[in-house]
Design a protein around this ligand. Structure first.
Ligand SMILES: Cc1cc2nc3c(=O)[nH]c(=O)nc-3n(C[C@H](O)[C@H](O)[C@H](O)COP(=O)(O)OP(=O)(O)OC[C@H]3O[C@@H](n4cnc5c(N)ncnc54)[C@H](O)[C@@H]3O)c2cc1C
Length: 366
């Protein structure tokens, strides 16, 4: 007999585990289906760290990040471990001014610093004396893999059923309910939340929902300072060619950090993509890090990871009949994970979403 649930969540990355946690907390019978194991690194949520920042070039995102920060603290209290570690965040370069304006418009504090003040606080940074730079003290580091595992465990502790190594082959809307077919079973639910990241597009197409989600093959390179000292997160807006380098320290390993070039990879299919780093992009990152940081050595090589991009780089949060879609990526979705799951749970249970989501509607692609 087909098993019935209130809600089925397809995909247990940062967003699916968060949605399942919120749905279980609201007493909904919730089935969370994951093709691999929770915490794997084949999709978008693998690896140790992600940037958290309030600095965005639109006040709506700044407000959303502020709300997400509250939700990180709630999550940490619930699971009893630090998952978003505040380090402060630096925005370097004149192109960061639009973020400064958005912070101001949203009523957030930040401070322009002299290069001498920056290097006194973070001696490992190397900056030209004329560099324009501001600090936002709430910037920090999301512990990525730990968060996914913690949210998944919390969802199960709250009553969700988790099935790993379960491949969803099809999601089908049937009137006001939906059916999910896996490689082993068929399930029925009042609502299906699709949080399949880079795999979402074909799954949604099968359900009659066509959204332009395009995966790209990104990569990060790891380093360790010869002489460990604290580091903030760093976004370097003015580097040419304009593929913004960003730096993320690992709060659990002093002096260790990673650097990547935002949105620098080619479009790929999520299945069958390469795990081999692009050596030319790796070389550019090594060259950048050599100029920006005190002496350091490679530490852990280069890892690949998938972005799921929308044409306007805004997220996708919507409900179409019995199907809720949630794809907060374009390379900046992790920091919102505890909030994104709440929004998707709101959509699934028919509540007013916790934040305004008009800009994230699927209809904008029509
Ligand atoms: C290199 C890199 C750096 C990033 N840096 C930052 C950053 O600094 N700050 C920031 O905020 N964000 C950052 N991001 C973005 C952020 O990591 C993503 O927005 C977030 O991880 C997206 O999570 P997700 O749950 O949507 O996708 P995923 O983590 O990919 O989860 C989707 C899950 O669905 C499962 N699945 C797919 N299809 C099926 C199926 N048919 N059946 C069952 N299960 C299925 C997959 O196995 C996977 O576990 C970065 C992303 C990358 C790749």
């Amino acid at each position: 007999m087909t098993q019935r649930f209130d809600v089925i969540v397809v995909g247990a990355g940062a967003i699916g585990t968060s949605a399942a946690r919120w749905l279980a907390a609201r007493g909904r019978s919730t089935l969370l289906l994951e093709r691999y194991e929770v915490g794997h690194a084949r999709g978008s949520s693998g690896g140790p760290t992600r940037v958290f920042r309030l600095t965005y070039d639109h006040p709506d995102y700044v407000r959303m990040a502020r709300r997400a920060l509250e939700e990180w603290r709630v999550l940490e209290d619930e699971v009893g471990e630090p998952l978003m570690v505040t380090t402060a965040g630096l925005d370097i370069g004149r192109a960061g001014r639009s973020s400064a304006e958005a912070l101001e418009a949203a009523g957030e504090r930040f401070e322009y610093l002299t290069v001498a003040a920056v290097t006194e606080r973070w001696p490992a940074l190397r900056l030209d004396p004329a560099t324009e730079v501001f600090v936002q003290e709430d910037g920090g580091v999301c512990m990525a893999e730990r968060t996914v595992l913690a949210q998944g465990k919390l969802a199960v502790d709250l009553g969700a059923t988790l099935l790993e190594n379960t491949h969803v082959l099809q999601v089908v809307a049937r009137g006001d309910r939906a059916e999910v077919r896996t490689d082993a079973e068929t399930y029925d639910a009042g609502v299906v939340v699709v949080t399949a990241g880079p795999w979402a597009r074909p799954l949604l197409l099968g359900a009659g929902i066509d959204v332009p989600l395009e995966p790209s093959l990104e990569q990060v390179t790891y380093f360790a300072l010869d002489d460990p000292s604290p580091l903030p997160t760093v976004i370097d807006w003015d580097v040419t060619p304009p593929r913004t380098p960003y730096t993320v320290p690992d709060p659990t390993r002093p002096g260790h950090f990673k650097v990547a070039l935002h949105m620098s990879g080619p479009p790929v299919e999520a299945d069958g993509r390469s795990f081999e780093p692009d050596r030319e992009r790796e070389r550019r990152v090594i060259e950048y890090a050599a100029g920006r940081f005190a002496p350091h050595v490679p530490d852990g090589g280069t890892e690949t990871c998938l972005y799921t991009n929308t044409p306007d780089e805004n997220f996708l949060f919507d409900r179409i009949g019995p199907i809720v879609v949630g794809s907060p990526c374009s390379g900046h979705g992790f920091k919102f994970a505890p909030l994104s799951g709440l929004v998707l749970a709101d959509l699934a249970v028919g509540r007013e979403p916790a934040i305004p989501i008009d800009r994230f509607a699927a209809s904008r692609f029509a």
